[in-house]
Design a protein around this ligand. Sequence first.
Ligand SMILES: [Zn+2]
Ligand SMILES: [Zn+2]
Length: 378
Amino acid sequence: MAPNSDWFEKDYYKALGVKADASDKDIKKAYRKLASQYHPDKNKGDAKSEERFKEISAAYDVVGDEAKRKEYDEVRRMGPMGRAFGGAGGFPGGGGNRGASRSFDVGDLSDLLGGIFGGAGGGASSNNRGRAGGPRKGSDLGANLTLSFADAVTGVTTSVHLTSDGACTTCFGSGAAPGTQPDNCHRCGGRGVLDDNQGMFSLSQPCDLCGGRGKIVINPCNTCSGSGLVRRPRQVKVRIPAGVKDGQKIRLAGKGAPGVNGGPKGDLVVELQVGKHDVFGRRGNDLTITVPITVLEAAEGADIKVPTLDGSAKTVRIPAGTPSGRTFRIKGAGVVTKKATGNLLVTVEVAVPTDLTAQQAEALADLSDPNVRDHLFK
Ligand SMILES: [Zn+2]
Ligand SMILES: [Zn+2]
């Protein structure tokens, strides 16, 4: 009997009614007693006894053999770890150097990592690498989208352009010429994997004939040469919510690469670049604007008109004696999202007159306090 993954499942000591640290002699004794008790010759037609006899024999076959028992104990000691990786066995040792670590291949590992880190920004898809057999989610694709300042504030529905593998529209992704179907792979029986029992464990490998798809295309589709995929430019409609920020990533579920073996599509991860605005700035959900006022407005106070991003104008009352750099707030005129409403922060800047005529200079002299800095030197 070849060592295999049964070892994880079965407690051979229990089957023989002995403790795991029982001596070879005790194991032998227990086996003989039970074997004679349940021997088919003594229990003709009793299926339960027959089953029990097989169990006892299988157990003794392993733990009754010094070398196999050692391996068995080792496997059971490491069992849970082996199982975490699908029972394929990710650890070396045991049944010779052949392969145990090979089965835990790089493809599988990168799949694990890919699943965790999302694989954004990829662009291309590589669907057929790694684990064979069952349905798998398609790869995530990445795309960039540049938005105007205003669109980022208000939200917009737009299109993302990308070139990627998509399901072939001639064969709908099957790879088979229209009117034909892919056949089940005869080497793996459609499972996409081949079992390999030579090592310490029962290893499963992607079928080399069908590449793990489980299907063989006899009459390939002309458009995609049987791959089921075509590389083509695509447009994906995207609804950008209000208030997105530069550098933000938006994940569109199901807009990525086609799934493998009937698995769901991957996601499309869109990274946003938000342009600048000539007049407005942004601080979180607040918009900012710098508005010049005259010396007279600053001194005497004034109602000034301030533009807002939606094109309307709002009036801001500047009180008399307003210094340059003071900020006023127009409530609710910032970024409005479902969660928050920002304001428009209006910073006034006193416009200093330049290139004065002699007459203007004289007029200004009247307004100017020659002792303006005196308090600094007291
Ligand atoms: Zn196959
Ligand atoms: Zn096709």
